[in-house]
Design a binder for this molecule. Structure first.
Ligand code: SF4
Ligand code: FES
Length: 327
């Protein structure tokens, strides 16, 4: 085990842990944002630079600082390392520049984008972005590519994080899409017109940090912050069957994997659960899903409303006795 200090907080982690994962052990504001790293996908990270941090002491043995900011998702900790994330003005400044760079070609179409309200880039921009763009050149545009019945590709929104490519590589039988071309001509595509279909292909939607890959069955149905996310499960022969249902009244508008506090799905789910099971009787509903206060989705206060509704009923009816109801 090695000891490292991040933003003044000491943590002990196994050797060969990345700085990002060490910070995740601490949690909260100490954790650098990550737009391309995804703990469940091998090889992910190192593409977007949003996770840059400053290493002000390399290790106990060699206390020299690292000369440049480093990508925390791909830099391993050393014993005695001292790292600065949000407490370093240099990091905060660099992150602003990275956001500005990511937004160079990203259209400002949040008002019509299904990902709005749960978009990592939108959140990152809110926390670290400039209020105006300085970019004056023409933005990239793309020919529309149809990638099948369930998934919509908006290439103009893609930030080339490669998560969808790794997902298709690692959890489906056959990948038919990837990053084509190089430099600013790079794009996600299927090369020879091809649809992405596979039992687990829908997971590319959940891993996409922006609205480049969205669920066609949910398109324009509802702003995500007006829906009620509920935890639910069913017996499924292909996946764990543990999902989040995004509901409006008793209608299921969308089914997704359950995401943890770092925005990563806990378990990948199959296309049958995601696209075909849209009736409440298909599911055992466990209750409202907890959404962080930082998310606009929590502004709907659906979780509190749900609890208030329960509390207004006779305590016995729900909790069995008054004591546990009060608790
Ligand atoms: S489509 Fe989404 S997941 Fe795929 S590379 Fe682009 S931003 Fe990343
Ligand atoms: S999350 Fe580290 S470079 Fe993208």
């Amino acid at each position: 085990m090695v000891k490292v200090t991040i933003d003044g907080i000491e943590v002990e982690v196994e050797e060969n842990t990345t700085i990002l994962n060490a910070a995740r052990r601490i949690g909260g504001d100490v954790v650098p944002p990550a737009m391309c790293y995804y703990s469940k996908l091998k090889g992910s990270g190192g593409k977007c630079r949003t996770c840059l941090v400053k290493v002000s002491q390399g290790s106990a043995k060699d206390p020299r600082p690292m000369p440049k900011l480093v990508a925390s998702c791909s830099t391993m900790v050393q014993d005695g390392m001292v790292i600065l994330n949000s407490t370093s003005p240099e990091v905060v400044d660099a992150r602003k520049s990275v956001v500005e760079f990511l937004l160079i070609n990203h259209p400002l179409d949040c008002p019509v984008c299904d990902q709005a309200g749960e978009c990592d880039l939108q959140n990152l921009t809110y926390a670290h972005g400039l209020s105006k763009s300085r970019y004056e050149e023409e933005r990239r545009t793309f020919e529309k590519i149809d990638i099948g019945e369930h998934i919509q590709l908006h290439m103009t929104r893609c930030i080339l994080c490669y998560r969808c490519v790794y997902t298709a590589d690692q959890i489906t039988d056959k990948r038919v899409h990837g990053v084509l071309n190089r430099g600013d001509a790079s794009e996600i595509g299927t090369y020879i017109k091809n649809v992405i279909e596979n039992d687990f292909s829908g997971n590319v939607i959940d891993v996409c940090p922006v609205g480049a890959l969205t669920d066609k069955t949910f398109r324009f149905k509802q702003r995500v912050w007006f829906s009620k996310p509920m935890d639910a499960h069913r017996n499924c022969s292909k996946c764990s069957g543990k999902v989040a249902l995004w509901m409006k009244g008793n209608d299921i508008l969308r089914v997704t994997g359950r995401k943890n506090s770092f925005g990563e799905v806990e378990e990948f789910i199959c296309n049958e659960c995601r696209f075909e099971k849209k009736k409440t009787e298909d599911w055992t509903i466990e209750g409202p899903r907890h959404i962080s206060n930082h998310s606009v989705i929590s502004q709907n206060h659906y979780e509190n409303t749900f609890k208030a509704k329960l509390a207004s009923r006779q305590p016995k009816e729900i909790y069995g006795n008054k004591d546990s109801a009060e608790k």
